[in-house]
Design a protein around this ligand. Structure first.
Ligand SMILES: [Zn+2]
Length: 191
């Protein structure tokens, strides 16, 4: 077995290692060393340091990927908000649902007054012709009811999507991006 002389990268002590060896522990300072060979020279590199810089790099990549994913989720959410008719960033995001609901309910009451009014008028005047007010009144009530139902459905859809978004955002962590993925995959901007 041929031996070669190298120096410990940590303390500088001379070490004798087998030419086939890839790793050695320095008998002076106990540093764990990887043996690197080029065509002209052999040298050692501390494994702890190597591992540390690799894991630091992985951590940075994980942070970048995590931030990218958060930004993507937020962009998607802004699009979803626009789809739901919310364009401003501030203020109550359900205000326009509530306004639509209030208007529809007021319309419903107006329809109700028309119906009750025309029935009362028809009875008091003993004139069935006065019942003509029934029809627009009923149409307004039905229309208002449909608007209320539709608005409520849309509001529930919006709030469900909002909860899902917050859940996704909260359950995301840099840990999801550590490990198996390659650096290129992690830093590639999404299409
Ligand atoms: Zn050493």
């Amino acid at each position: 077995m041929k031996l070669e002389s190298i120096n410990c990268n940590h303390c500088g002590a001379p070490l004798e290692v087998s030419e086939a060896a890839n790793f050695v522990t320095c008998h002076h300072c106990d540093a764990q060393l990887a043996i690197k060979r080029t065509s002209s020279a052999s040298f050692t590199e501390e494994i702890a340091e190597l591992a540390e810089s690799t894991s630091r790099l992985n951590e940075q990549l994980a942070q970048i990927a995590y931030q990218n994913e958060l930004e993507r989720l937020d962009r998607d959410w802004q699009q979803a908000r626009k789809r739901h008719g919310i364009h401003d960033q501030q203020g109550s995001d359900t205000a326009h649902f509530n306004v639509a609901m209030a208007i529809a309910i007021i319309c419903g009451f107006v329809g109700g007054f028309l119906v009750v009014g025309s029935i009362t008028f028809a009875i008091s005047q003993d004139s069935p012709a006065a019942l003509i007010g029934l029809i627009p009144g009923l149409i307004i009530i039905v229309f208002a009811w449909l608007v209320v139902m539709r608005t409520e459905k849309k509001k529930v859809e919006y709030l469900t999507e909002k909860r899902l978004h917050h859940h996704r955002r909260k359950s995301l962590s840099p840990a999801d991006f550590r490990g198996e993925k390659s650096a290129q995959e992690l830093t590639a901007p999404d299409a």
